[in-house]
Design a protein around this ligand. Structure first.
Ligand code: ADP
Ligand code: MG
Length: 699
């Protein structure tokens, strides 16, 4: 057996089990070794039932006395009860709601390991466990291996389809028994410095901890063996990132010239005095653009911090050097708004800006594309339509991607390939927690705008329930009487924009006819044509519309400084990042702004989100909370394809290991002990890790 041996060669894995494993991405022996326990039980010196204390989490091994569906309480709950006993002769009752299926699982006299919270049912005078995890110990299909399951610290795996934790334990053990020890590819000096066990020991001890193991460390994923595997995974990831970055720096790029004339043009374009943060950031960008290698820079700044003008400054530098600029935006509204903004400030300099989105007719598109390919338009702004194959630039020098988290890495590349190593500036208002930034955007340099334009007052955020909506409406009316404008937003789950549109339309009718008959109310949703959207936005900008009823299509980027109220209905249905983005639509002018979150019914998670938002306007804090609540995969939504698939490590749980691994990796790549050492590592990453990490260009 080798690491690459398919699992079908392992005794006990037939076609059915192989298919179940494969569905989880487990195909080879190595895959299964990477499938580590999520918990451990100390079954070496266990308590008897008589020794259990109510309130504690405990493991016991006991025998089934009776197992039956209980007639107790309402029948349809299907309460299944199993009475257990052991040598202490005390009774423990396991209870499972909707447990009818267990009738075929438990039989009299079976030996079972149970894990759960011990409770005392004072009515019946019995110790109970509600929905304990369990493992049937008798009825072996793995003769001779029963010592794996008791009398030691036992690994508990997440079951794979119908394959139980117990079976996984057996399979893993069989693989470990028949595999020769694996080579260790981590540099020796790193092993020594961090006192890490070798790889083979680490794998064996992670699955089958030695007798003297510390259970608490194991369950915190910090045993030396687990630490080593987590570290290793991060180490190779960060080495890959460092290599990719080093390689990108060797590419020939455009060395933009920044002379007095360019500086003069930039000054002529600026509609206001940049903040200190904006000045610092544009300086970083300018330095990058001057250098004869492609810029790869991430521009982070909370909503409203003024990223657009920084992008425009970079654009002026590129254009003055005879190059074109592409601006990619995730939604039509945002693209249209950018086009409007850029046109306004760049036409002063005589540059031509055009907008290209999916909703133009083929003829219009053809004309626009011609302007771009002939170099008659200096700036092309658009949605995904900009990525189409037949969009060709005469001389693309700068690619700007706004709200980067909405795009996958490949789309970024798609835009870049329309030029010859153009400079790239990606902008995001989703502050990316440091740990994620290190893995996802490790190959980018980062600039942060950490300051809002002057005169901004912090947005006041309030939460209320829908039975008090009248008060909210009269507050809205008062703000509008003072000359302000307002947004009213309805929830939409991405798949059902039609539904949200209907809700918004209905609300629009209601608000415009009954609640605010004297005000001018507008409607915005994703099903409007691009022209209609642009027109509605324009009328709102010019103040002709006082209240804009909308779905979340206005979530990103929309900028109307006079709007001071963001009213979000059914706020419990929005995610944290989304709420923060929506809130960021107000607070852009000098007037005090308000965000009012109206909820109908909330669960705990929603309550947590609403509280976080009411208490904080700090985008970084909110992003960290969001990441914790949802996990890294969900954090960016499904479109974010750049997340590495980690096996043992977990970005949230193991962030401090990631920091250590990154430091070591950067150090190793910069100063490898020998050339040979480095080549060995590069080859290892290429063979083993590249596919998983999506490090497309390593090597
Ligand atoms: P975001 O970073 O969210 O994209 P924008 O670029 O849309 O923010 O800027 C938000 C608003 O602040 C815009 O109306 C913009 O014109 C204005 N703004 C940006 N920078 C400054 C500044 N230095 N002084 C005054 N207003 C500014
Ligand atoms: Mg923006």
């Amino acid at each position: 057996m080798e690491l690459t041996t398919p699992l079908t060669y392992v005794k006990g894995v037939g076609p059915a089990r192989a298919a179940m494993l494969q569905a989880k991405g487990l195909v080879t022996a190595e895959d299964l070794l990477g499938y580590v326990p999520f918990r451990y039980e100390d079954r070496s010196n266990m308590k008897t039932i008589a020794q259990l204390a109510p309130g504690e989490m405990a493991t016991v091994i006991a025998e089934v006395l009776v197992a039956k569906l209980s007639g107790f309480k309402r029948k349809n709950l299907g309460l299944f009860e199993v009475r257990f006993s052991d040598a202490s002769r005390a009774i423990l009752v396991g209870k499972w709601f909707h447990g009818g299926y267990l009738a075929n699982v438990f039989g009299e006299r079976m030996r079972v390991a149970l894990y759960g919270k011990v409770e005392f049912d004072s009515y019946a005078g019995e110790l109970t466990m509600l929905h304990p995890e369990f493992e049937i110990l008798s009825g072996d299909d793995d003769d001779g291996e029963s010592s794996l399951h008791v009398g030691r610290v036992v690994p508990i795996y997440e079951g794979v389809s119908k394959i139980t934790a117990r079976m996984l334990r057996v399979l893993t053990h069989r693989i470990l028994e028949s595999l020769p020890p694996e080579d260790d590819y981590l540099p020796q000096y790193v092993l020594d410095r961090l006192k890490l066990p070798d790889r083979w020991t680490a794998i064996r001890h992670t699955h089958f901890p030695p007798p003297d193991s510390d259970l608490r460390l194991l369950n915190a994923f910090r045993s030396p063996a687990q630490f080593r595997l987590i570290f290793e995974e991060f180490f190779w990831l960060e080495c890959g990132v460092a290599l990719k970055r080093a390689k990108a720096r060797l590419l020939p790029g455009i060395a933009f010239e920044i002379n007095d004339r360019v500086r003069e043009q930039v000054r002529a374009m600026l509609p206001f005095k940049p903040t200190e943060a904006q000045k610092r950031v544009i300086k970083e960008i300018a330095e990058d653009m001057k250098a004869p290698r492609p810029m790869n820079r991430l521009l982070q700044g909370d909503v409203g911090s003024g990223k657009t003008i920084v992008a425009a400054e970079a654009a002026v530098i590129a254009i003055e050097n005879g190059y074109q600029v592409a601006v990619l935006a995730p939604t039509e509204i945002l693209a249209a708004q950018h086009a409007f903004y850029f046109k306004q400030i760049l036409s002063k300099l005589g540059y031509v800006t055009l907008l290209l989105t999916g909703s133009f007719t083929p003829r219009e598109k053809a004309q626009l594309k011609k302007l771009v390919s002939e170099g008659l338009a200096q700036v092309a702004i658009g949605t995904h339509a900009l990525l189409e194959k037949d969009v060709e630039f005469k001389r693309l020098g700068l690619a700007i991607v706004d709200e980067q988290h909405r795009f996958g890495v490949l789309q970024r590349l798609g835009l870049v390939q329309k030029g010859v190593h153009p400079d790239v500036l990606v902008m995001t208002a989703t502050p990316i927690p440091r740990t994620l930034a290190m893995t996802l955007y490790g190959d980018l340099d980062v600039s942060v705008i950490d300051q809002l334009p002057p005169g901004r007052k912090p947005i006041v955020t309030k939460h209320t329930t829908d039975d008090r909506i009248e008060q909210v409406y009269s507050f809205l009316k008062k703000q509008i009487d003072e000359g302000r404008q307002a947004y009213v937003v309805y929830p939409v789950i991405e798949e059902s924009e039609t539904q949200a549109m209907k809700a918004a339309e209905k609300m629009y009718e209601h608000l415009s006819r009954e609640v605010f008959p004297t005000l001018s109310v507008g409607l915005m949703h994703g099903r409007l044509g691009a022209g209609e959207k642009e027109a509605a936005m324009q009328r709102f900008k010019e103040g002709q519309i006082q209240i804009l009823v909308s779905t979340t299509v206005i979530e990103v980027g929309v900028d109307v400084p006079n709007a001071s109220v963001m009213l979000i209905e059914q706020a419990e249905r929005f995610g944290l990042a989304q709420l923060h983005q929506l809130r960021g639509r107000v607070g852009r002018g000098a007037a005090q702004s308000y965000c009012i979150l109206v909820t109908e019914k909330m669960n705990d998670a929603a309550r947590h989100r609403i509280r976080t938002l009411v208490e904080s306007t700090d985008g970084f804090h909110i992003a960290e909370m969001d990441l914790k609540l949802r996990g890294p995969g969900e954090f960016f939504g499904t479109k974010q394809s750049g997340l590495p698939s980690l096996r043992v490590a977990n970005i949230l749980r193991d962030s401090e290991v990631l920091e250590i691994a990154r430091r070591e990796a950067v150090d190793f790549i910069a100063r490898p002990p020998s050339e040979e050492n480095l080549l060995r590592a590069v080859a290892y990453i290429r063979d083993h890790w590249q596919r998983r990490y999506g490090l497309v260009t390593v090597g």
